[in-house]
Design a protein around this ligand. Structure first.
Ligand code: AHR
Length: 334
């Protein structure tokens, strides 16, 4: 049959061709709107996130918050667990750069040694957001913003509470300190904030201080050493709940009553820590919120669009005594 302009087969073929051209045109528009990273022809923002690891209850809650918020915000999340190793985080960031993700976010395991890889991200025009932990890079243009806690303040609040509790102590108060991961921002800052606060009372003395790497196992092991080496321990300051929980086992095994023979102060306020506080085994917790996911997704969308964002965004946090923990526990989200 001859195909004239008005014949049915000709009109059908033209309609198919027009639809195909329209579809291609729309897909092309979609790609250019989202910038190079949103591969696959849709508008979904692609976020590469490098997590520290799974060392604590706090970290698990933080990972859940990020994954759930990404799904809710329609963000495609490429998630990498670095198992507490900086070299794994550097590898993950380089992979994200190669994959041309739209935005990179990460929680740096330690503060130093990031300039080279951050420069690579900047050269590839991929904005970087720091979450939870900071870096000590002098060049602030290597990242767009920081979202997280004031760790120094957390340490200070813990120290101030102790100063108040021990204000009428007439003799030395011996403190042991379980530090977080060596070189990490929370370990450095909490140590500094706590030391500055307790300087107000010369009776308060740190007699031993060592890293338990933010883990329960680390807390238990180091506390066992502290107990062996120090006949009189009055206070334990643990840089997170998990190390405090590990230390509880060592203290009980040594025949001492946690919360009574040894005053225990921790940071985080995750459910297990709050339970120990409500049960009278811990004495005080300074909160550190892991629920950073919703704010991170908002920030990622903004920096991807090239919008201005504040250089530093701090989470709102509080402190808990034993009574306050009993009240707060039933509604605790993590
Ligand atoms: O960076 C936040 C800290 O890291 C939390 O206090 C601790 O529990 C975690 O491992």
């Amino acid at each position: 049959m001859k195909r004239t302009r008005n014949s049915l087969p000709f009109r059908k073929a033209a309609a198919v061709l027009t639809a195909a051209l329209l579809a291609t045109g729309m897909a092309a528009c979609g790609n250019s709107d989202t910038g190079g990273g949103s591969a696959g022809g849709d508008d979904k923002l692609v976020l590469g996130f490098s997590q520290v690891g799974a060392e604590s209850g706090w970290r698990t809650a933080n990972t859940t918050s990020i994954k759930e918020s990404a799904a809710e915000a329609g963000v495609e999340l490429k998630f990498d667990d670095a198992q507490q190793k900086q070299e794994n985080q550097i590898k993950a960031i380089r992979n994200f750069i190669q994959q041309k993700v739209d935005v990179i976010a990460f929680s740096p395991v330690v503060e130093s040694g990031w300039d080279t890889v951050l420069k690579e991200a900047k050269d590839a025009k991929i904005p970087v957001i720091l979450t939870d932990r900071a870096v000590d890079s002098a060049d602030k243009s290597l990242y767009k913003t920081f979202l997280g806690s004031d760790f120094k303040k957390e340490g200070r609040l813990a120290g101030e509470w102790l100063v108040e509790q021990k204000k009428s102590a007439s003799g030395p108060v011996n403190i042991v300190e379980l530090q977080g991961t060596t070189g990490s921002a929370p370990a450095n800052d909490r140590k500094e904030g706590f030391a500055a606060a307790i300087a107000a009372n010369p009776n308060l003395k740190i007699v031993a201080s060592q890293s338990g790497d933010f883990t329960r196992a680390g807390g238990k092991q180091v506390m066992e050493q502290f107990l062996k080496a120090n006949p009189k321990i009055d206070v334990l300051f643990a840089h997170n709940d998990d190390m405090g929980l590990g230390a509880l086992e060592a203290i009980t095994a040594a025949g001492k009553v946690p919360g009574k023979d040894i005053t225990i102060i921790t940071i985080d306020a995750v459910k297990d820590g709050m339970q120990a506080l409500a049960d009278g085994k811990f004495n005080f917790i300074a909160e550190c919120s892991p629920l950073l996911g919703p704010q991170l997704m908002e920030l990622a969308k903004k920096v991807h669009k090239g919008e201005e964002v504040p250089a530093r965004i701090e989470t709102e946090e509080t402190t808990f005594t034993q009574e306050q923990a009993k009240e707060a526990l039933p509604n605790r989200k993590y």
